[in-house]
Design a protein around this ligand. Structure first.
Ligand SMILES: Cc1cc2nc3c(=O)[nH]c(=O)nc-3n(C[C@H](O)[C@H](O)[C@H](O)COP(=O)(O)OP(=O)(O)OC[C@H]3O[C@@H](n4cnc5c(N)ncnc54)[C@H](O)[C@@H]3O)c2cc1C
Length: 422
């Protein structure tokens, strides 16, 4: 059972992505006690799964690492992974919260020696790589995981495999009897930073995701490019492992479409431009074609767009691709649509197609007091008439990391004001 001393002067932050980490740090560095809860086994959210950040194209681990150091240095923050809020009662200035902790089956004695993974024979889909490869059922979620600690998948716990892992651990770090547990805490204010999930591309039937192996999504592309990804950083076609030389990016895949996501996710154009840049950088013989309705790149990100356009092997074609079919013999994809600038019909063949799917907000599923409002698309809205619980980052609107950090800082201030009002 976790021992957490909190009062109605404490702040609870739910979601340990860039937004939640920022809100927690800003509040703690202003002198408030903070509890941060994250449902995955590590902090960092979706950013940890990116290969590079636009516009500077640096690795996301740089930004995360700085924040993890701030977290470790600040005794005012307690954080819990594999943790979810199951109940929130009370009101602004005086919330009663119940947190549920899922068992990791590995305790703090873990040194990450990896002996458990060595002996474990069971493999499961790797969620960090969006299921594109398999991993051992005793695993470190990723190379830079924070906290740096292994996890045992529940499927092996009661089996001979679980026992083998336990016996292989010379640090007595595997606890197969670990159980789900709950604890209660008090909070004066709450920040909801639950972030986003990728839109389910299999719902866009005319693009064949799930049926055609060489149609992938933009989040999968980030993992294909990563050295830790399923292809060790080489952008290879899932169907035959050949290098992808001629890649199509389809913008607004499901977005700005009443049948799917009616809104624009704001960052997908930039994400595709970033991906086209690293595709070209990794393989100078490759080419990218970006099919767009209109390009959205605001403020200084316009410069990034200008830079990408200068590469003559990156083409921009104004078109909403209507359909994709697969050449069964080669696994190539045939794209059909209309070039809305020239009126010409498009019939183009590609090795690999990347669907720029949008961001779907994560909503709080807990049994919650009445102080929360969501808009028609499921994003958190801050209703001035309902103070006490504040949204931060992509839980409020789809956006980039820099804007999430600003937004999360603002949410920390709002949470502090809530406490100060009581
Ligand atoms: C393809 C693609 C590429 C991108 N590339 C870039 C880029 O190069 N540069 C850039 O600036 N932005 C980029 N972005 C946007 C970036 O990913 C987001 O801005 C960022 O992830 C937002 O962080 P967040 O903390 O708000 O949400 P998230 O990263 O989603 O984090 C939310 C966290 O909350 C946790 N959570 C959810 N529900 C619960 C719950 N009930 N209880 C506890 N925890 C919960 C989740 O597990 C997660 O860890 C890209 C987006 C896409 C789709």
């Amino acid at each position: 059972m976790a021992d957490v001393q909190t009062t109605n002067q404490s702040i609870l932050v739910v979601g340990g992505g860039m937004s939640g980490i920022t809100a927690a740090l800003e509040a703690a560095e202003a002198g408030y006690d903070v509890v941060l809860v994250e449902k995955r086994p590590y902090l960092g959210g979706r950013v940890a799964q990116l290969y590079e950040y636009f516009p500077k194209l640096c690795p996301p681990n740089c930004g995360l690492e700085i924040n993890f150091r701030r977290l470790k240095a600040n005794p005012r923050i307690r954080f819990f992974t594999m943790a979810e809020v199951s109940k929130i009662g009370g009101k602004e200035g005086d919330y009663d919260v119940t947190i549920t902790l899922k068992p990791r089956y590995v305790n703090e004695r873990c040194t990450c020696c990896g002996k458990c993974a060595e002996v474990c024979e069971t493999e499961i889909d790797n969620p960090f790589n969006y299921g594109m490869d398999k991993m051992k059922a005793a695993y470190l979620p990723h190379d830079f995981a924070f906290p740096m600690r292994y996890v045992l998948d529940p499927s092996i716990v009661k089996t001979e495999q679980g026992q083998k892992c336990k016996e292989a651990c010379t640090y007595d770090a595997i606890d197969l009897d670990m159980q789900e547990s709950r604890f209660d805490l008090k909070a004066g204010a709450i920040v909801w930073a639950g972030g986003w999930d990728p839109y389910d591309a299999s719902k866009i039937e005319y693009y064949g995701f799930g049926s055609y192996k060489n149609v992938i999504t933009n989040v999968m592309m980030e993992r294909l490019a990563s050295l830790e990804g399923p292809t060790a950083g080489r952008i290879l076609r899932p169907s035959d492992g050949k290098p992808a030389k001629n890649v199509a990016f389809i913008q607004c895949a499901g977005s700005r479409d009443e049948n799917h996501l009616a809104y624009c996710s704001g960052i997908c154009c930039l994400a595709s431009m970033k991906q086209a840049s690293y595709l070209r950088e990794k393989d100078p013989e490759s080419a990218a074609t970006i099919f767009f309705i209109d390009i959205r790149a605001l403020d200084r990100l316009e410069d990034f767009y200008t830079r990408v356009k200068q590469d003559e092997k990156v083409s921009f074609v104004k078109s909403k691709i209507a359909m994709i079919t697969e050449d069964e013999g080669t696994g190539d994809l045939l794209l059909e649509g209309e070039n809305t600038q020239t009126g010409e019909q498009i019939r183009m063949r590609f090795d690999l197609v990347v669907l720029a799917t949008g961001m779907v907000p994560n909503r709080m599923s807990a049994d919650v007091t009445g102080d929360i409002s969501w808009n028609e698309y499921g994003f958190f809205t801050c209703d001035p008439g309902k103070p006490g619980i504040y949204g931060a980052g992509c839980a409020r609107r789809p956006t980039d990391v820099a804007s999430c950090v600003q937004d999360a800082t603002a949410s920390a201030l709002k949470a502090i004001q809530s406490i100060a009002r009581r």
